[in-house]
Design a protein around this ligand. Structure first.
Ligand code: LLP
Length: 435
């Protein structure tokens, strides 16, 4: 019967005397009225606050992982907050550069960077490339030979750390398409090659063990392995290691019962593990500890607004509340079985006795956004419905499935709203047709 837990919303969220929910001083149902639905809404203050928490918690280099949510406005916000950015494709690189992101603060990732992507990264003057394979090192060395210089190169290490998350997003295990294995000696061979190449500066070592990780011991184990590797690099190659990057992965609270650690606690635990391991290993390097958060910056700052359409009560089975979006604007429930909450922003403090499944509008039975959501009993066609914590990997993974135009993105701040990505139109759906 409980009311919606407002603490799942950005810190600026309030509910007025009439029960309407506001974020950054803007009424959510009013946003739906003004800009249409579905609509991605981000609290700019919350995004900025999280960037700052990361800078305070880490001290070392923090790069926002653009894959979580990227558009021009987000790239400029991240630049403005003094973070670097991690891009994983030529497309993400293009968006960052187009937004005027300083190239020297861009890190270029990817397990299968094409020649063309590498050439563009070289030409743009990106700060670093995180190398993922020997094949890529061949190509980086070739480009460096031709241009006489190269971005600094980090080696992506697969540390062999299992994490408690969905297998699709666990990336630190040995059977992974990412990185050089630590246990099989490939990571050391990769570092050896970079160190030996006069035109390729060695920037350090990197790992990313997975995403939506709630337990810090996985990070502690990764840090221990990475520091062990610093020791191996020093003793085997003589090179010092400037940076150990622990990647992204900190989990966020999607449901009231989730309890991921805070950014500050995560930073403190990683640093503590790092200092301990460095002292125990007796290494000469004094690496900086870098990180690459995506979800934990973007997810809690965002939510999605929908309009309720058909409501179907199937006697003794279930009630479906269908909304005007679905798996095209949030692929996470169908891909990872991800769970979310839902509420009605115009009646945000109401009790929610009705158990209903929020369905999308796509032609698939699996297109369900929230199974067994709780809603007020009087939920009706035309109501605005909100799903919180959709700021990461929702817009980023959106598609035009069933030729549904992608929603607009709105940033709210100090009582005002601005559209930062416009809604696609039906004309956009035929824009690429040539015949
Ligand atoms: N660095 C690297 C090299 C990564 O591959 C990722 C995420 C990150 C950083 C950022 O991780 P985060 O802090 O966001 O956990 N689509 C999935 C998540 C895929 C994560 C891919 N890599 C989801 O919706 O759960």
């Amino acid at each position: 019967m409980s009311a919606f837990d407002l603490s799942l919303l950005p810190r600026s969220a309030t509910v007025d005397a009439a029960g309407r929910c506001h974020v950054a001083g803007v009424a959510l149902d009013g946003l739906a009225e003004r800009f249409g639905t579905p609509l991605y809404v981000y609290d700019e203050g919350e995004l900025r606050a999280r960037c700052r928490e990361y800078r305070a918690a880490f001290g070392g280099p923090v790069a926002y992982a653009g894959k979580a949510f990227l558009c021009g406005a987000m790239a400029r916000l991240v630049a403005d907050e003094g973070l670097g950015i991690d891009v994983a494709t030529g497309g993400e690189l293009h968006v960052a550069l187009h937004a005027g992101f300083p190239p020297s603060r861009i890190t270029f990732h990817g397990n299968n960077k094409s020649d063309e992507e590498l050439r563009r990264a070289f030409e743009a003057g990106v700060g670093r490339i995180v190398a993922d394979s020997f094949d890529e090192l061949d190509r980086v060395e070739r480009l460096a030979g031709r241009s006489g210089r190269a971005p600094a190169v980090m080696i992506r290490v697969t540390p062999g750390v299992a994490v408690d998350t969905h297998e699709y997003i666990a990336t630190g295990v040995e059977d992974s398409k990412f990185g050089f294995g630590l246990a099989n000696g490939e990571a050391l061979a990769a570092v050896r090659r970079v160190v030996a190449h006069h035109a390729v500066p060695f920037a350090g070592i990197h790992c990313h063990i997975g995403s939506q990780i709630d337990r810090l011991d996985a990070f502690t184990r990764a840090v221990e392995k990475m520091v062990g590797f610093v020791h191996a690099v020093e003793s085997e190659t003589g090179a010092l290691v400037d940076e150990v990057n622990v990647g992204g992965g900190l989990g966020v609270r999607y449901l009231p019962e989730d309890s991921p650690p805070s950014i500050a606690r995560y930073g403190a635990v990683v640093h503590e593990a790092f200092e301990k391991a460095i002292a125990a290993a007796g290494v000469r390097s004094r690496p900086r500890v870098g990180c690459e958060p995506g979800r934990s910056i973007a997810a809690p700052a965002g939510l999605t607004l929908y309009r309720v359409g058909t409501i179907k009560h199937i006697p003794s089975v279930r009630t479906y509340v269908a909304v005007d979006g679905g798996m095209s604007d949030n692929l996470r429930p169908v891909t990872y079985g991800a769970r979310y909450e839902a509420f009605l922003p115009a009646r945000a403090a109401a009790e929610r006795p009705l158990v209903a499944t929020i369905a999308g509008k796509h032609c698939e039975q699996g297109d369900l956004l929230v199974r067994d959501a709780r809603l007020p009993a009087d939920v009706a066609n035309g109501d605005v419905l909100a799903i919180p914590v959709t700021g990461a990997y929702a817009y980023a993974m959106a598609s035009n499935y069933n030729k549904v135009p992608r929603p607009a993105v709105v940033f709210v701040r100090d009582g005002t709203a601005r559209v930062v990505v416009r809604r696609e139109t039906d004309d956009d759906l035929v824009r690429l047709d040539l015949a």
